[in-house]
Ligand binder design. Sequence first.
Ligand code: AMP
Length: 144
Amino acid sequence: MPISVKSILDSKGRAVVTVSADTTLMEAAAILAENRIGALVIGAVGGEVSGIFTERDVVKAVAKYGRQCLDQAVGDIMSFNIVRCSENSTVDEVMEMMTQRRFRHVPVEDDGKLSGIISIGDVVKAHIREIELEAEQIKAYIAG
Ligand code: AMP
């Protein structure tokens, strides 16, 4: 049975650290560090996701604009065309999205509303669990 995004969220929780588009890069960096996370979701009215801002965006902005970019708003830098998944997506599907598009975070939306976020760490953990379960099933089959 493939592991679903829903089962990952059921065990890790559905909290997502969200900020408004006018948060500065300096504030965003502090929020990322305080929460020990790699991505912030930029919210919009009605609970929809309007953007994503990750630690990689801080690095890219500093390299491109220099330190003065730290006073800029995340809304100027964030990625807009968000690749999302649903609670019914499988771990394999999310892993494929991350590999193809080269990012490490995928917001989860249910009925157009943010319901969680999946990181590459969550995907790797679930994938290892999937392999372990498969190995247990094969062992039980051989033994039985
Ligand atoms: P990451 O590897 O997640 O730190 O992100 C690498 C780049 O992709 C950054 O510019 C992010 O803003 C962007 N990004 C991250 N996640 C997504 C996503 N789900 N959809 C679109 N862009 C994203």
